[in-house]
Design a protein around this ligand. Structure first.
Ligand code: ZN
Ligand code: ZN
Length: 223
């Protein structure tokens, strides 16, 4: 594990926030040096070519308890693919960014929610059936423990009824991509930010005007 977003959040406002190699109360605890933090950040976001080759044929997605699982096929973007959700850099990856919107905060319980934006035709069940999206989602049972909460007229949020994990979000107004929660992606390399699959946006976050943790947002964004 490489610490996920934590190595990016080491300077909040004027405060320096130490990062530890283990639990702070552990006797063997050591504080990570800036060089080590830098390496963690780099390895989270951009993996060497070998890691990309070894990332697997499909990206595995699983909630904490394992009752809700998905498989995501590699991107099929071409040079002519367009849209904010198409990576500007590596088109073998999916675009990912943090959302600061009020609706994500109140339904998920945290102020920054990481999403990756996946065309629906790339998302499958473990039995390789295409996952059904759109207004019919609520009336169809493809994954027994996956349930759906309609947070507004056009938005459906899907989660595991056993462990509560957020799986994905869809807006019926923009059916060309599904927001899959980054926290349930399972990188083969144990990379929390799954940099071998994801192209992270660090120039902006979604809905910054609704952010309540501006220090965290500033720490994450590229300066
Ligand atoms: Zn679960
Ligand atoms: Zn949001």
């Amino acid at each position: 594990m490489n610490g996920g977003i934590a190595p990016f959040l080491t300077k909040l406002g004027e405060r320096d926030v130490p990062s530890y190699t283990t639990e702070p109360e552990d006797d063997r605890v050591e504080t990570l040096k800036e060089k080590e933090l830098h390496e963690l950040r780099e390895s989270s976001l951009s993996q060497p070519d070998s890691a990309v080759q070894e990332r697997g044929d499909m990206l595995e997605v699983s909630c904490h308890c394992g009752a809700c699982q998905l498989r995501i096929a590699p991107p099929a973007y071409t040079d002519s693919s367009e849209g904010f959700h198409v990576p500007r850099g590596d088109r073998n990856k999916y675009y990912a960014r943090l959302c600061c919107c009020r609706s994500c905060r109140l339904t998920l319980g945290f102020t920054l929610q990481p999403w990756t934006y996946i065309p629906p035709e790339q998302i499958f069940t473990v039995n390789k059936e295409p996952v059904l999206f759109g207004v019919k989602t609520k009336d169809t049972v493809q994954i027994e423990k996956l349930k759906h909460y309609q947070s507004s007229e056009f938005v459906l949020r899907s989660f595991c009824t056993d462990c509560g994990a957020t799986m994905f979000y869809q807006s019926f107004e923009r059916p060309l991509w599904i927001d899959v929660s980054v926290g349930v992606l399972r990188s083969k390399a144990g990379n929390v930010l799954a940099g071998e699959w994801l192209d992270w946006e660090r120039n902006e976050v979604a809905k910054r005007d609704e952010a309540v943790d501006e220090e965290l947002v500033k720490a994450w964004l590229r300066r």
